[in-house]
Design a protein around this ligand. Structure first.
Ligand code: G6Q
Length: 545
C-alpha cells in the first residue's frame, strides 16, 4: 500500500514555501549570477538530454526537491509499484505496465505469482500473428493480403497506438495503411470505411472490458459493413481480431478467441500501449521494433528506480511540475514537441496525466486542500508559435512548458531541421529573457519610427520574459527513445500523484461517463424509462428527440 501523505505538512514542502517567498529572482538574473546553471541543471542520460536550467530554481530549491523526494519516500513508492503491489486500491489492482516492458528476464511477482511467463506467451503470439500479416501470409477471405488495418477502440485503447504509429511513421511498413476509429459519431467509422476494401481489411477490436458503448457500436457497424460487402460469417475470423481481457465478450461478439490477444486487469487503459493494445504498432513497425520501444521504456523504469534524484529525469520533471502547480499557482502545463511526427504526443499525455491526477480526493478518502493535476495541452512547434504562443509569451498566466526535439531528423529534407531547431532554441530563450522597454525603443528608433509612435506602441511590444521551460532532446526519434520519453512522463505522473496523495490509477470520472449516456439514450430513442431531470436537460432531450 502507498502510504498516506499530506504533502503540505512535509518539512521540505514548508521549506520550499519559504524558498518561494524569499527568492523571487528572475530567470535572467539567475543566469547572470550563475553562468554555470546549465552544467548544474541538466541531465544527460542514454541518448536523452534534459535541460531544466531555465526554471525558477536555485541551489536551495534543487536540494529541497531532493529532500522532499526523500521525506515522502518516493523511492519506496516506485519499488512498490514496480514490485506488483496492489497500489490501485479503489479497483484492488496492481499497476504493472512496467512488467510489460521488463526485458531483464527477472521475475515480477503479483499475488506471489510471476507475471512474466504470461507476458512472454503474449509476446510470442503477437510476434507470430504480426509476422504472418506483415509478410502477406495472412490472407483475407478472397485470398488477398491485408492492405489496411483499422483499430476500433477509444481512450486508452486508441490514443497510445495512434500516437506511437504517428511518432514512428518513418519506421512503418509501406505495405499497409493504418486507420483509427474511436468516436461513436458515425462520421469517424464512415470516413474510414469509404477508404478501405472489405477483402483486404483487418479490423482490430480493442477494448479492455469489451463493453465500452462506443467501441461495441463501431465494432458491430464494422462487422455489418463487412457482411454487406461480400464477407460471410465464416470469414469474420480472417478480418476481425480482438484485444481484450474479456474472452466471453469477445466470443459473444463472434470473434474466435484464437484470434484474441489478451492482457490483464493490472494494465490500466492509458498505460496499455505496452501490452497487446500495441498490436497496431507491432503490425506497423514489426515485433522487433516494438521490442526496441519496450526496451527504451524499460531503461527508463530502471533509471527512475535507481538514479540519484539530482540525475533522475522523471523525478526532476515531477518536482518541477509540483513547484509550478502548488507554489507558483500554474494551472496548466504545455507539451510542445518540435517534431511533426509527435503531433499526438500532447493529446496522449492529456489523457495520461489528467485522467491519472485529475482528482480532488486524497488516498485517505478526504478532499485535499491543495492543487493536484494540471491541465495538459500542446501542439507541435513551429505551428503553435503562429497561434497560441502569444498567450505563453504575453498572457497573464504562467505556463511552464516542455520543449521536445531530436538532434537528427527522420526524413530526407534535412535542410529543414536547422530551421526547426533554431525555432526550438529561440523560443525557450525568448520566453526566459523577454524584451525590455529599452530594447524595444532602440529597435523601433532604429527602424525610423517617430518618438511619438514609439511612446504609444512600445508598451505592447515589451515581453516580461521569465517564463520557465524544460528542453528535452533525444538523439533521434526512434522506437527506443520514444519508449524512454513516454515512460519518463508516466513516471513523472506517478511521482506527482504519489506526492499529491491521490490514487493515480483509477478513473471514476471516466466510468461515470460510460453509464450516464446509457440512461439518456433510452429516453432519446423512446425505448427507456423517463428520468427526472432539470429543465435544461429535459428540454435538450425533447429538442433532440
Ligand atoms: C483509460 C481509461 C479509458 C479507457 C476507455 C476504453 O485509462 O480507463 O480511456 O481506456 O474508456 O475502455 P475499454 O478499453 O475497456 O474499451
Amino acid at each position: 500500500m502507498l502510504k498516506n501523505i499530506n504533502p503540505t505538512e512535509l518539512k521540505a514542502w514548508k521549506k520550499l514555501q519559504k524558498n518561494f517567498d524569499n527568492d523571487k529572482r528572475t530567470l535572467k538574473t539567475r543566469f547572470f549570477e550563475d553562468p554555470d546553471r546549465f552544467n548544474k541543471y541538466h541531465i544527460k542520460w542514454d541518448g536523452l538530454l534534459f535541460d531544466f536550467s531555465k526554471n525558477h530554481i536555485g541551489s536551495e530549491t534543487f536540494s529541497l526537491f531532493k529532500e522532499l523526494l526523500n521525506e515522502a519516500n518516493v523511492r519506496e513508492a516506485i519499488q512498490l509499484q514496480q514490485g506488483g503491489e496492489k497500489i490501485n486500491v479503489t479497483e484492488n489492482r496492481a499497476v504493472l505496465h512496467t512488467a510489460l516492458r521488463n526485458m531483464s528476464g527477472d521475475p515480477i511477482l503479483m499475488d506471489g505469482e510471476d507475471v512474466m511467463p504470461g507476458i512472454r506467451d503474449s509476446w510470442a503470439k503477437l510476434a507470430a500473428f504480426s509476422n504472418e500479416v506483415r509478410s502477406g501470409d495472412w490472407k483475407g477471405h478472397t485470398g488477398k493480403r491485408i492492405t489496411d488495418v483499422v483499430n476500433i477502440g477509444i481512450g486508452g485503447s486508441d490514443l497510445g497506438p495512434r500516437m506511437v504509429i504517428n511518432a514512428l511513421r518513418p519506421f512503418v511498413s509501406d505495405a499497409m495503411d493504418f486507420h483509427f476509429v474511436a468516436n461513436v459519431d458515425g462520421a469517424d467509422l464512415h470516413e474510414v470505411l469509404r477508404k478501405v476494401d472489405a477483402e483486404t481489411t483487418l479490423f482490430i477490436i480493442a477494448s479492455k472490458t469489451f463493453t465500452t458503448q462506443e467501441t461495441m457500436k463501431n465494432a458491430n457497424s464494422a462487422k455489418e459493413w463487412f457482411l454487406n460487402h461480400g464477407g460471410a460469417e465464416s470469414s469474420v475470423a480472417k478480418h476481425f481480431v480482438a484485444v481484450s481481457t474479456n474472452a466471453d465478450g469477445v466470443a459473444g461478439f463472434g470473434i474466435d478467441t484464437k484470434n484474441m490477444f489478451g492482457f490483464w486487469d493490472w494494465v490500466g487503459g492509458r498505460y496499455s500501449v505496452w501490452s497487446a493494445i500495441g498490436l497496431p504498432v507491432i503490425l506497423a513497425i514489426g515485433f522487433q521494433g516494438f521490442q526496441e520501444f519496450l526496451s527504451g521504456a524499460h531503461a527508463m523504469d530502471k533509471h527512475v528506480a535507481t538514479a540519484d534524484w539530482d540525475k533522475n529525469i522523471p523525478a526532476q520533471m515531477a518536482m518541477l511540475g509540483i513547484w509550478y502547480r502548488n507554489f507558483h499557482g500554474a494551472a496548466s502545463h504545455a507539451i510542445l514537441p518540435y517534431d511533426q511526427y509527435m503531433d499526438r504526443f500532447a493529446a496522449y499525455f492529456q489523457q495520461g496525466d489528467m485522467e491519472s491526477n485529475g482528482k480532488y480526493v486524497g488516498r485517505d478518502g478526504k478532499k485535499v486542500n491543495y492543487a493536484t493535476g494540471p491541465i495538459i495541452w500542446g501542439e507541435p512547434g513551429t505551428n503553435g508559435q503562429h497561434a497560441f504562443y502569444q498567450l505563453i509569451h504575453q498572457g497573464t498566466d504562467l505556463i511552464p512548458a516542455d520543449f521536445i526535439a531530436s538532434k537528427k531528423p527522420q526524413h530526407s529534407l534535412t535542410d529543414h531541421h536547422p530551421i526547426l531547431l533554431a525555432n526550438f532554441i529561440a523560443q525557450t530563450e525568448a520566453l526566459m529573457t523577454g524584451k525590455s522597454r529599452t530594447e524595444v525603443e532602440i529597435e523601433m528608433r532604429q527602424a525610423g519610427i517617430s518618438d511619438a509612435t514609439v511612446d504609444e506602441i512600445a508598451p505592447f511590444r515589451v515581453f516580461e520574459g521569465n517564463r520557465p521551460t524544460n528542453s528535452i532532446v533525444a538523439d533521434e526519434l526512434n522506437p527506443y527513445h520514444l519508449g524512454q520519453l513516454i515512460a519518463a512522463y508516466e513516471h513523472k505522473i506517478f511521482i506527482q500523484g504519489y506526492i499529491w496523495n491521490v490514487f493515480s490509477y483509477d478513473q471514476w470520472g471516466v466510468e461515470l461517463g460510460k453509464v450516464l449516456a446509457k440512461a439518456v439514450l433510452g429516453e432519446l430513442t423512446g425505448s427507456g424509462v423517463r428520468h427526472e431531470h432539470d429543465s435544461s436537460t429535459s428540454a435538450l432531450i425533447n429538442y433532440l428527440k
